[in-house]
Design a protein around this ligand. Structure first.
Ligand SMILES: Nc1ncnc2c1ncn2[C@@H]1O[C@H](COP(=O)(O)OP(=O)(O)O)[C@@H](O)[C@H]1O
Ligand SMILES: [Mg+2]
Length: 508
């Protein structure tokens, strides 16, 4: 009976599947299959059709034509997540947790543990704790979801899915919000599941992760199947090129030399907050300054403190040599500092509205005349933003939520530029964004610096920190532990400072 657990049996398959939304076709006769005990990576740019294909394979969407096979038998999957009963579990790209419930309640949602007919909360909490411990995670089962960070929410989603004992586990960009360390822990679990015979689909933009975890790779481009091959047959470059269908030369922009004598536009001295200790650094005009470190090392908190989104407890901040104690983000903006949150979904954009209201929200005075919003000026601003940042929407009147992640990020950039800032702080500039758009955003950042703006890039993606920054500060546990310039900006050095293996910082 050995054959039944052979790696070559496909558990779930899509056969020549096509899909249209209304009369817009988005998948064209795509075939894709998953075998027991393999990790099959699905890659492609934003809008390629990955999520649509995965929703079809898990019963959240119907095909327009083509077949789905489970264990070789053609079937129609039950709708709305009921395919879980068949062992097919999808972790959606957009997190799907009930914000007001606890972690344990979310994990057991719909299959609560009971004892004598009552919900057994303590047993659910105990089991959830055990699962988190296995992941090396410090998340309390009784914490409310709304109090967790995005990375923690993602980990809860993953634990929730894994706890459902899926035969087929489909994960749509699960690592988009995880740090490299968290991703490693996550991969450890993936390897365990794989060894236990689970069929796993891993949708991702992060090609080095695909290289690390996948057995087979399928590439989608513009709704078309391009190829399926074993991972050894790809290099990172060949994957990227097949995804975008063109040569990706100049992935990172040429950077001008850093001018070490340029004016200091932002400086902190011994800045303290609840979790930050004695942060001192300087940002110069025209500089791209990177902040590296693990999630929770304090990078976001530092810039929230500077922009008054987080309480300061001593220390000084100066903007162009003047004391800067902002009482609101609006005051920071008026002083020329804008902060682009990493949480685009929750904080940065009006998702239910069109693109135009988003453009002017931030620089409202510029767009009001006698207390009336100047629609024509707003429209001009939108057109300017669309041109400058190459924002692509299938329908110009669509709601912002319907834009791809990359285009949302471009819209955010366009929006803040309307405030004509001198200092731009971007938190995770390319999270969840496809390679083609990433490359564009890197070029935009370089262009802003070349125009004399100063840019702070907070990022957990090491290649981008290395690729676009003149100088890098590494944080660990609320302190700056290292400063890197020139050739010293490399992965090895950053990791050593971020992990606490090395610490040296000339102050100032
Ligand atoms: N519910 C929907 N209605 C209309 N168009 C959609 C819907 N969902 C996705 N699309 C479109 O289908 C295409 C593929 O999207 P998607 O599957 O999300 O791509 P990916 O996950 O590869 O980024 C995109 O052009 C997207 O705008
Ligand atoms: Mg997607």
């Amino acid at each position: 009976m050995q054959e039944t657990i052979s790696n070559d049996v496909s558990v779930l398959a899509a056969e020549r599947v096509s899909k249209s939304f209304g009369n817009v076709p988005v998948l064209f006769s795509v075939s894709f299959d998953i075998c027991a005990g393999e990790v099959h990576a699905l890659i492609g740019e934003n809008g390629a059709g990955k999520s649509t294909l995965m929703k079809i394979l898990s019963g959240f969407l119907e095909t327009t034509s083509g077949a789905i096979r489970l264990d070789g038998q053609e079937i129609s999957l039950p709708p709305d997540g009921q395919a879980e009963a068949l062992g097919i579990v999808l972790i959606h790209q957009e997190l799907n947790l009930a914000e007001q419930m606890t972690v344990a309640e979310n994990i057991y949602l719909g299959r609560e543990l009971t004892q004598h007919g009552f919900i057994n909360s303590s047993e659910m909490a105990r089991r959830a704790s055990a699962m988190f411990a296995e992941f090396g995670l410090d998340i309390s089962p009784s914490a409310r979801i709304s109090d967790l960070s995005i990375a923690q929410k993602q980990m809860v989603e993953i634990v929730k899915a894994i706890s459902r004992n899926a035969r087929v586990l489909i994960m749509d960009e699960p690592t988009a919000v995880l740090t490299e360390a968290e991703t490693e822990l996550f991969f450890k679990q993936v390897r365990k599941l794989k060894a236990g015979g689970t069929a796993i689909v891993f949708v991702s933009h992060k090609l080095h992760e695909v290289k690390e975890i996948a057995d087979r790779v399928t590439i989608l481009r513009d709704g078309q199947w391009i190829t399926t091959k074993s991972v050894e047959e790809f290099t990172l470059d060949s994957m990227a090129q097949m995804m975008v269908g063109r040569e990706l030369s100049d992935f990172y922009p040429p950077m001008n030399e850093a001018d070490v004598d340029a004016e200091i536009v932002l400086e902190t001295r011994n800045l303290n907050t609840k979790n930050l200790k004695d942060i001192s650094f300087r940002l110069r005009k025209g500089e791209v300054l990177g902040f590296a470190g693990l999630i929770g090392s304090g990078r976001t908190e530092l810039f929230e403190a500077i922009c008054s989104l987080e309480e300061r407890q001593g220390g000084a901040v100066q903007v162009s040599g003047k004391q800067a104690d902002f009482r609101s983000p609006a005051e920071a903006r008026d002083a020329g500092i804008v902060y682009l949150t990493k949480d685009r979904k929750a904080k940065g954009l009006l998702m239910e509205q069109g693109m135009r209201p988003n453009m002017t929200l931030f620089a409202l005075p510029k767009f009001t005349r006698r207390f009336m919003l100047d629609r024509a000026a707003e429209q001009t601003a939108l057109e300017r933003g669309i041109r400058r940042f190459d924002i692509r929407a299938r329908n110009p009147n669509c709601r912002t939520r319907e834009l791809s992640g990359g285009n949302q990020q471009k819209l955010l950039l366009a929006k803040i530029m309307e405030a004509e800032p001198r200092i731009v702080i971007i938190d995770e500039p390319t999270r969840g964004i496809d390679v083609g758009t990433k490359q564009q955003i890197y070029h935009f950042i370089a262009a802003l610096a070349a125009e004399g703006m100063s840019v702070v890039v907070i990022s957990s993606e090491m290649p981008e920190i290395i690729g676009i920054c003149h100088r890098v500060l590494v944080m660990r546990s609320g302190r700056i532990t290292g400063e890197l310039t020139g050739d010293a900006i490399n992965e090895n050095e950053i990791v050593r400072f971020a992990a606490g293996l090395k610490e040296e910082r000339a102050h100032g």
